[in-house]
Each structure stands twice: as C-alpha cells, then as structure tokens.
Design a protein around this ligand. Structure first.
Ligand SMILES: *Cc1c(COP(=O)(O)O)cnc(C)c1O
Length: 447
C-alpha cells in the first residue's frame, strides 16, 4: 500500500508513528480512552465499495456503515463526481442572507419524498433534533400557548449528544454526570401506548411534542417496534393536540426497507429529523423538516420577533447538499419504487434468514432486526461444559474485536453486537459478513 506523502517509510513504521500520535492527541467519541490506548488502532486510509483498507494494507468489510451513515459504499463515482463538480464552483456559501442551488434543489427533493414542505439545514443528527425541539416549543409559543413546552419521549430513545437532544434521550450511563444540565421530560415505557395515553391525559396542555425513533430504537440496542406502533403514536398526538417529532436520523434513507421508517405506517409526522445517511455517508449534513403550519407560526411583522433565531455556520453546505442530491439520484425513486430499496429488502430477508436460527444458544439473550439493522444481544454465561461447543466469549466488545482479523469491522452497543451493513452491499459480501459473525460468535462454520 503506497503512502504517498512519506514514501521512504515502511507501512509498519508509518502505522506505529500514526498510532503514537493518535494516542497522544486524539480523543475518540464514545470511547474509553485508557483501554483504547492499550492497543494499536486500525487506521483507515482508503475505501472502495463496502470495503475499508488500513495502513497495514488489511481489507475489512465496513459492517457498521462507518457508524450507520454510509449508504452506497465508499468512493461511489456519481457522488465523487457531484462533489468535484460543486467544488469547481464553490465549496461553501452561507444560507444566512443568501441562497444556493444545491440547498434549494435538495430541499425540494426532500419535501417531495417526505411530504413535509419546509426544510431547515444543520450539520449533525443532534442539531437536527435540537432544532426540532425549538420548532415545536416556538410553534406553541407563537400560537399563544407558551405553557406547551414539555416533551414526551420513550425510555431508551437516543437523539444525540447536545444538551437538548440528550434531554429528550434516555440513558443511565451516557448522561449521568450531565443530569443537572438537562431539562425534564415525561417518559413512557417502550411500546406502552396506555402509559403514553395516560401521560397525555394528565399533561397534554403542557406538552409541545412527542418524540419518537420510528420503527427501531437504534442506539438502545436495536429494539424494534410492533407494526402499527408509529401510527398509534401519531393518532394519539393528533387526538391530544400535540406535535409528533420523528427522529429518522438512523432509520432514514432506506435502512428499514422504506425510504423513511414512518412510511411503513403511512405516517407523516409534524417534524422529521434527518442526518447520517442523507449525504450517502460522505459529508456532515442534517435537516429538520416540518409542515407549512409550523413554519407559518414563525411568520409575522418584524417587530413581533417571531423569527426562528437559530443557525449554524455551515448550514446548507454546498458540497454536502451536492453529495445528498447525488445520493438521492442513486435511489432512482419513481412511483414509490426504487431498485435500491428492493435490494435492501432482499438484504433484509437474507439477514433475517441467517440470524433467526441463531436464537437459542445460552450465550445469546436475544436477536432483533428490522430491515438491515440488527442486534445480537449476548448474555453473560456460566462456563460451558467441555462437551459443548464453547463460544470464545459472550462479551460483545471482545467478539467484535475477534472479527477484525477475519476482515470485518463491527462496533458493539453495550453487550449487543450491532450489524449495520452498507445498504447496497452485494449479497455475496453480506453472506460473507454473516459467515464471519456466525463463526466468531458460535465457533462454527454453518453451511
Ligand atoms: C446518531 C443519531 C443521532 C445523532 O446524530 P449525530 O449526527 O451523531 O449527532 C440522533 N438520533 C438518532 C436516532 C441517531 O441514531
């Protein structure tokens, strides 16, 4: 593997040098840093389709889609070209006081795909949620209901890591030190519609919005919802005159087999948050979409000061919007049909068929999947009798590490092994990925 900028160094020397600098200077996200520094990191230098290559020349399947955002694989000619073409015009101009063709075209496309006509751009899923919360509270404020400023959320939801998005999310471990800086939210247990109704019965007049990860609570460890659940929540929101925010940051852009997860239940939420896959996984971009009615609440005479006073420097970045447009083109959606969505649905069938038979071993507590998102929850177990095929371990993190030398990159969530294959992964490579998973967890090669 050539290392163009330091041609005289060997791969091993270059890797050690970079590893030392990483250990000295880079603070990695969601990473226990002492343990991180005990091993040499995998340092990725190149990608190609579903594969990533490290400084030592090893090839890996990108089994978690570069943290759930890649859609079409790496180095996709159409997206590369779209970014280069935009780069030849201008890389970034602001949406504050100015407009730009890529942000206009993308907003129109997203509006058409979601049924939500107004698009507010930002640069991460967390900010998309932050903006959704401000839209909801501001909407009621400007309509003369300032008391409607609270949120209802489902235990286990994850919405990002900024203060507002942490507040509407639930995690015993992630947020513990930060509790004092978070605002108070009303919680209901996963899938408990009676509890949700009771919360609304008691407090709808204080509630700005219900926020939901539709169809699949992803970061909670891949917890799917029963069919019809999103519809039921949407109906309750309507009935009790509160807004519904759908956080589609993880589920959007085909992950669940529909373009957006809400579409399984034919639900159009009042506000939708998009991120991760929006640029095909190329560049940081997010969008918060809403109804005309919500945006209209922020209109008035200048003196009324109803403007949504919110914005980020890189809002609507032109390179990112160009990448997003190229990514949407690759879905080739017409009349609600798309060859790419068909491919994803076939992948989902493969994933289900390969995972379902693995349900029963004692070291597997549960297997959950929807579309091409799956979680294998490991159970800590007693040492197995010598006669049984022993699993190497039932620790999700160790199992994921054990898959690396076999050419597969995965990242656990707690004790859940998360499978998030790149949506367009060819089916033979998906099978190979599942071979590695099965062989590592169960210590056997299945036919
Ligand atoms: C990842 C995620 C976010 C946060 O997105 P970032 O881009 O990491 O800030 C928000 N909501 C859901 C459902 C997510 O999965």
């Amino acid at each position: 593997m050539p290392i163009p900028y330091l041609p005289r160094m060997t791969q091993a020397d270059r890797t050690r040098q970079l590893a030392a600098l990483d250990h000295a200077h880079v603070w990695h996200p969601f990473t226990p840093m002492r343990q991180w520094r005990e091993a040499e990191p995998v340092i990725i230098v190149r990608g190609e389709g579903p594969y990533l290559f490290d400084t030592r020349g090893n090839r890996y399947i990108d089994g978690y889609s570069s943290w759930w955002c890649n859609v079409h694989g790496h180095r996709v000619p159409a997206i590369d070209d779209a970014i280069r073409a935009q780069l030849d015009k201008v890389a970034h101009t602001t949406l504050g006081g100015l407009a730009s063709p890529p942000s206009i075209e993308l907003a129109a496309r997203l509006a058409q795909l979601t049924g939500l006509p107004k698009v507010f751009y930002s640069d991460s899923g967390s900010t998309a949620v932050e903006i959704a919360c401000k839209m909801a509270v501001g909407y009621w404020f400007h309509r003369g209901c300032p008391q409607k400023h609270r949120f209802i959320s489902m235990r286990g939801n994850y919405h990002g890591d900024t203060t507002g998005s942490m507040s509407v999310g639930y995690s015993e471990t992630f947020y513990k030190p930060f509790r004092p800086m978070l605002f108070d939210v009303d919680w209901f247990e996963p899938h408990d519609l009676a509890e949700l109704r009771a919360l609304l019965e008691r407090g709808a007049e204080r509630t700005a919005a219900i926020i939901l990860e539709p169809v699949m609570q992803a970061a909670a460890g891949m917890i799917p919802q029963p069919p019809g659940f999103v519809r039921a929540v949407a109906d309750l929101a309507r009935q009790y005159d509160t807004l519904l925010i759908a956080d589609e940051v993880a589920t959007g852009f085909g992950r669940t087999g529909e373009m957006f997860a809400c579409q399984h239940d034919r639900v159009t939420p009042d506000i939708m948050c998009l991120g991760k896959g929006i640029t095909g996984g190329y560049l940081p971009l997010a969008a918060t979409l809403c109804t005309d009615e919500i945006e209209q609440a922020f209109q008035g005479e200048l003196a009324e000061r109803k403007t949504l006073y919110h914005g980020h420097t890189y809002t609507g970045n032109a390179l990112a919007c160009a990448a997003a447009l190229a990514s949407l083109d690759l879905f080739e959606i017409s009349n609600l049909k798309s060859p790419l969505l068909d491919h994803i649905r076939q992948s989902a069938v493969i994933l289900a068929a390969r995972l379902e038979p693995l349900r029963n071993p004692p070291h597997v507590r549960d297997i959950r999947h929807r579309g091409i998102m799956a979680g294998i929850e490991m159970a800590p177990i007693e040492p197995l009798a010598a006669s049984r095929t022993p699993p190497a371990t039932s620790n999700a993190a160790s199992l994921c590490s054990a898959m690396r030398p076999k050419g597969l990159l995965l990242r656990p969530l707690g004790n859940v092994i998360v499978l998030m294959p790149i949506p367009v992964i060819p089916h033979d490579i998906l099978h190979h990925m599942l071979d590695i998973v099965v062989e590592t967890i169960f210590g056997l090669t299945l036919p």
